[in-house]
Design a protein around this ligand. Sequence first.
Ligand code: PLP
Length: 394
Amino acid sequence: MFKKDFPYFSNSDITYLDNGATTQKPKVVIDSQIDYYTKYCANTHRSNFGDANKATREFENARKILKEFINASKNEEIIFTKGVTESINFIASSFAVDFETVIISSLEHHSNVVPWHMQGRTIGKGLEVVKCDDRLNFDMEHFEELLKANPKAFVSITHISNAFGEIHDIKAITKLAHSYGAVVLVDGAQSLAHLKVDMQEFDCDFFAMSGHKTFAPTGVGAIYVKEQYLNELKPYQTGGATIHEVDFYGSTLLDSPYKFEAGTQNIAGVIGFGKAIEYLSHVGYANIETIENDVYKYLRNELEKLDGIIFYNDIDNCVGSLSFNFEGIVHDDIGILIDKMKIALRVGHHCAQPIMKQLGIKGTIRVSIAFYNNYKDVDNLINALKRALNMLRD
Ligand SMILES: Cc1ncc(COP(=O)(O)O)c(C=O)c1O
């Protein structure tokens, strides 16, 4: 029903099921890029002529749209970045670096693992990992033990696993963490495309967002920083547009968010991010959740009928991504064959090697849906999988 809003689908006969990697872009977002580059291309927050002022207005309007969408308290709490990877690296290196212990979950993407390793943290040495059970559910009791043993830790946890679609109960995690004096960052890379997020309800201290996984252009994202941390948070890069006064004896920085947005920003990307969020609001989470729940359940039911399928978690607590394997079949072989049948999905470790290792597998076949996917996409996938399995089992 919504595919008509996305030019990709009228130009391509691919069944696109790789939304966990990146989403397609609606026409309004694509048009906003052409508009900026053809009608008012100018830098922001610098020059004072008409187009420059318009670019600044549109850029700041995107901040306001995002602030309202996630129910942050102030525009200043939204800082634009390149994406979730940059958002986490920013907070890791400028704020969390001084914390004795960082606690992550077993289901983290490499973007929320490698930055901690780069600080010399490994398990038991400044890094702790919350266990999950054999159906990949977050172990709250173990989390509490870790918090007790490491008061005032920095907790960095994904909201939704990109590899398995598992949803973490961020409200409960944050509440518990705060009761032990911990500070909480949430990796929201997979969140906005599927579920309503509310900063007042989550009460997390940092929330990392990805534009390209939310129907916006690539190379743009944001980090929400709770107001109380804006002053103590240090910029991790500085330069043009971050300063109030500079001479050869020193520099004074601007207030948030500008002191954190050094250099020329991804202006078109930010404007596009704002348009994508406006578009999402127009579609509405009521529609998104109804469609996705329906398609996800249908997908799971149809997959279950295939011989030898292995799932790693339960559907009840999942959204977006669904991962599986087939007994005796290498996931890469399925990937190669169904690509020829015009199905786009991802096979591999999905940048989540630690959990793959824990499960004793090299990777999975991952289908990741968005609200524009439908039963027909699932039928195309199932037919392709059946053909691929027949070829591989012959
Ligand atoms: C859970 C999760 N975290 C972080 C990232 C990295 O996001 P970005 O591409 O915006 O840097 C991804 C991308 O796949 C992800 O799924």
